[in-house]
Design a protein. Structure first.
Length: 278
């Protein structure tokens, strides 16, 4: 079974404090990932981590998402890439310490965008890593852009592009079964549960039901230049429309055991995003 697992920036860092990792959370998540792999030797994982309070703060300060043109903006572009890579090095170290053969692949080395849309990236490296039993680790990163000069490609955007590309490079491999978006909150709610006590968990979202729940979807806590929760849901719905049978699960990585469940054949915790007929 092939699963994409995103460790959200709000989960592994304190997005309200500059460059503050949650090392205790990160180490526990690494142990859970190791346990999930041990329980299912056929499990193949592509892990992505958000930039959290590392990359987002630099990107917002310099407006990197919108475009990069001046010398000052290019300096911000470089600083954003460095900050995102520093966090990924911490994630890599935690995974390796837990016995997970994580290989960090720097997306910006191969990413190419056209007006903010990913058109090229690290697909071959990710495919080769999977075929050799490695766990490829990517992250939201800066990207060269034919229209904007430079931009930001979020982790989900890179994963959505990989979901389209990997079947072409690995035609005999198992199809992508699930995308897990692990954050602070155990799913998607009718309102922000950290601010509204009466917020209710939405167990499932489909393209047909999006309009009913969209009003309650806010942005991320702290700085997020990639659009917050509504952007993530829309990205997820785009993926399930393109790939029938795929499901996207939004769950909390703060609850012990959730990652093990989400990376298995069991019913995943949190909110399930799927096609209208699933």
């Amino acid at each position: 079974m092939l699963i994409f697992l995103k460790l959200g920036g709000s989960l592994i860092t304190d997005k309200r404090q500059p460059e503050t990792p949650r090392m205790d959370v990160l180490q526990r998540l690494a142990q859970e990932i190791a346990q999930a792999r041990a329980a299912d030797p056929l499990l193949k994982l592509v892990i992505g981590n958000g930039a959290g309070s590392f990359g987002h703060l630099h990107a917002k300060r310099h407006g990197t998402r919108q475009g990069v043109h001046t010398a000052e903006q290019w300096m911000g572009f470089a600083a954003t890439a460095d900050a995102a890579a520093r966090l990924t090095r911490l994630v890599t170290a935690a995974l390796l310490a837990a016995g997970v053969p994580a290989w960090s692949i720097q997306p910006s080395a191969t990413l190419r965008c056209i007006d903010g849309t990913v058109v090229d990236g690290p697909d071959w490296a990710v495919a080769q890593a999977l075929q050799h039993g490695l766990v490829p680790l990517i992250h939201g990163d800066v990207a060269l852009d034919e229209v904007r000069g430079g931009t930001i490609a979020g982790t989900e955007e890179i994963m959505a592009w990989l979901a389209r590309r990997l079947p072409l490079l690995m035609p005999n491999a198992e199809r992508l079964a699930r995308v897990v978006l692990a954050g602070e909150v155990d799913g998607i709610y009718t309102a922000d549960p950290l601010q509204h006590a009466d917020a209710r968990l939405i167990p499932q979202i489909t393209p047909r039901s999006l309009a009913e729940v969209a009003a309650g979807l806010g942005g991320s806590h702290g700085v997020d230049v990639t659009g917050g929760m509504i952007a993530k849901v829309e990205q997820a719905l785009g993926m399930v429309k393109e790939q029938p049978g795929l499901e996207v699960v939004v769950c909390s990585g703060l609850i012990p055991g959730n990652i093990i469940k989400a990376c298995s054949h069991r019913i995943a915790p949190g909110t399930r995003i799927a096609g209208d007929d699933s």
